[in-house]
Design a protein around this ligand. Structure first.
Ligand code: GTP
Length: 325
C-alpha cells in the first residue's frame, strides 16, 4: 500500500500548550531526592522505552545526574520493536556519543530477555571506574532512573528474582507514576553485594517538541487523561498513516486507510459494540451513539500491546541523533 494523498503531514500544533507542561509535585521532589542520593550511588542505570530511545529522554538527567557517575542505558520493552532495529539504534546512540553501554531488555518474559546482561555490564563499569575486584566485600549502590512507566520497577523485580530468587519487591503498573518516592535499597546480588535504588519516573517540566510529548503519551509515560485518550489515538493514526503502516486497516476491519480519527473511532466503537445509550432531554427518546472514548482506548491499547504491529516510533530521529543528544 502506498502513501495516501491528502493525509496530514504534521501534527499537534494546536496541542502544544496542553502537552508541553506536566510536572506533578512528586516529580520535582523526586529529582531533588535523586540528587541527594547521588553521594551514595556508584552507578546509574537509566531505563527508557525502546520504542522511543531518542524522544522523551529526560535532558535534566544529563545536567543533574549523569556524568557524575558511570552510566548504563537500558532500552526496555524491546519486545515491542523489530529485533533488526537494535543495531541501528545502538549505532545512532554511539554516533551521538551519548553512551556505548546500551542493553536491550524485555522484562515481561519470565527470565527477562537481556536482563542477565545488565549486572555484568555494571560490574565491568565498576571494575573500570573503582578498580573493584571480586575479592572486595564493598557493597555498591545502583540508582535506577527514567521517565514514568518505562519498566524501572519491572527491571528491579526481574533482576532481584534472577539473582536472589526473591519475589517481587516493588510495585509495577500500567499507569505512569506508580513509584512515588526513592525506595529503600533492594539487594539484587550477593557477590558482589549490589543494591538497587528505585526512583519515581521523572519527566522534564516542559517537553520541548510536541511530537516527543505525544510519543511519550502513546507509550503511556504520561497519564492518558492529561493528554486526552482521543488525542493520543489521533496521534497514533497520524503516525501510522505518515509512515505508511496500514496494518491497522485490516486489523480494525476498515475498508481503506483513513486520516479522520472520529470516523475511525466511531467505526471501532460500533464494531466492538461500545455504544452509549441515553435519553434525549428534548424528545425523551432513547438515543444510541458510538462511544468514541472507549474506541480510542481500544485503539491505543492495541498499539501498546504490540497488536497493531511492532513499531519503532523514533525512526525519523535515527539519522539526526548527534544533533539531539
Ligand atoms: N511489553 C513490555 N511491557 C513491559 C516491560 N517491562 C515492563 N512492562 C510493563 O510496563 C508497565 C510499567 O512498568 P513499571 O515497572 O511499573 O514501570 P516504572 O518505570 O517503574 O513506572 P513508574 O513507577 O510509573 O515510573 C507495566 O504494565 C509493565 O508490565 C517489557 O519489557 N515489555
Amino acid at each position: 500500500m502506498s502513501a495516501v494523498k491528502g493525509f496530514r503531514s504534521s501534527f499537534g500544533k494546536a496541542f502544544a500548550k496542553n502537552i508541553l507542561q506536566w510536572f506533578p509535585g512528586h516529580m520535582g521532589k523526586g529529582l531533588k531526592q535523586l540528587q541527594q542520593q547521588l553521594v551514595n550511588v556508584d552507578c546509574i542505570i537509566e531505563v527508557h522505552d525502546a520504542r522511543i530511545p531518542f524522544s522523551g529522554r529526560n535532558e535534566l538527567f544529563k545536567s543533574t545526574l549523569l556524568g557524575a557517575r558511570p552510566h548504563i542505558l537500558v532500552l526496555n520493552k524491546c519486545d515491542l520493536i523489530e529485533k533488526d532495529m537494535q543495531p541501528r539504534i545502538l549505532n545512532a546512540l554511539q554516533k551521538g556519543a551519548y553512551t556505548s553501554d546500551v542493553i536491550f531488555t524485555d522484562c515481561r518474559t519470565p527470565q527477562g530477555f537481556g536482563v542477565t546482561d545488565v549486572i555484568p555490564a555494571v560490574t565491568n563499569k565498576l571494575k573500570d571506574v573503582y578498580r573493584y575486584n571480586r575479592q572486595d566485600e564493598k557493597a555498591f549502590n545502583l540508582l535506577i532512573i527514567g521517565v514514568p512507566n518505562v519498566g524501572k520497577s519491572s527491571l528491579i523485580n526481574v533482576l532481584r528474582n534472577y539473582y536472589t530468587k526473591k519475589k517481587k519487591a516493588t510495585k509495577v503498573g500500567p499507569i505512569a507514576g506508580i513509584t512515588r518516592s526513592v525506595l529503600t535499597k533492594i539487594q539484587v546480588c550477593y557477590k558482589p553485594p549490589l543494591y538497587l535504588l528505585d526512583s519515581p519516573g521523572i519527566l522534564e517540566p516542559q517537553v520541548k517538541d510536541v511530537e516527543d510529548g505525544f510519543r511519550l503519551a502513546l507509550c503511556a509515560s504520561m497519564q492518558d487523561h492529561l493528554v486526552g485518550i482521543t488525542n493520543i489515538a489521533d496521534y497514533l493514526l497520524y503516525w501510522l498513516n505518515k509512515n505508511e503502516y496500514f496494518s491497522y486497516v485490516e486489523i480494525l476491519g476498515l475498508k481503506e486507510p483513513c486520516d479522520n480519527i472520529v470516523e475511525v473511532l466511531a467505526f471501532i466503537a460500533v464494531k466492538q459494540n461500545f455504544i452509549l445509550k441515553f435519553k434525549d432531554p428534548a424528545t425523551g427518546r432513547l438515543v444510541q451513539r458510538p462511544d468514541i472514548l472507549r474506541g480510542a482506548t481500544h485503539f491505543v491499547k492495541l498499539f501498546r500491546r504490540g497488536e497493531l504491529g511492532l513499531f519503532f516510533l523514533d525512526s525519523d530521529l535515527l539519522d539526526a541523533q548527534s544533533n539531539r543528544l
